[in-house]
Design a protein around this ligand. Sequence first.
Ligand code: ATP
Ligand code: MG
Length: 219
Amino acid sequence: MDISSDPQPAVFSGMLLGVFITFEGCEGSGKTTQATMLQDRLAADGREATLIREPGGTQVGERIREILLDSGSGDISPVTEALLFAAARSQLVRDVIEPALRDGKTVIADRYVDSSLAYQGVGRGCGLEPVKNLNDWATGSLEPNLTVYLDLSVEDGLARVESDQKDRIESEDVEFHVNVRYAYNMLQRLYSHRYVVVNAQGTPEEVHERVFREVQKIL
Ligand SMILES: Nc1ncnc2c1ncn2[C@@H]1O[C@H](COP(=O)(O)OP(=O)(O)OP(=O)(O)O)[C@@H](O)[C@H]1O
Ligand SMILES: [Mg+2]
């Protein structure tokens, strides 16, 4: 099975001038913290960047987010979960990411397709291939230019997230999150052309300097 895709997305190739950066990693690895710090740093350098969070970022996407993260949604099957994430992502690509990239802007995403491959494909057991195919359809195969993977042990990540603030997915057992981390290791190898692995230990400022060094290489 070959689930790696061409680095130049078929649908968008040649039309997108902007740079698309995604943050990936396990729960509590610092994605939201680092995505925000990167946006601030780029703004200070006079480079405005659009920051998006997944799922969400559009009206329908925010409603889907509520369904997905709310413990009151009852039992959501793995396939339903994969479809809901892909639905929110599809709207986000069409309404926000693709127009911004077309305008030459930098887009920073707090999670993207790789999260679905890791969480729904492997963690929930839907399989990588169907989730990849679904997301290719949903996004027009739009791939990031750079994926910053924040590397932190599952235990350290979960310890950073307050136990009373855990959402439906964060509340899964440790084994689920260990499988997700294993999946990310696989994705790093599959997509080595765009992945950088950043040590997520240390202060937010220390991690940010590591992230920024990698981002500077492609800007
Ligand atoms: N380098 C760091 N050292 C210690 N704590 C941190 C660090 N970076 C972020 N935190 C704190 O850890 C918690 C999780 O960070 P953050 O929300 O950025 O992670 P995340 O990867 O976005 O998590 P999630 O997967 O739940 O969205 C937050 O309370 C944040 O303030
Ligand atoms: Mg976050």
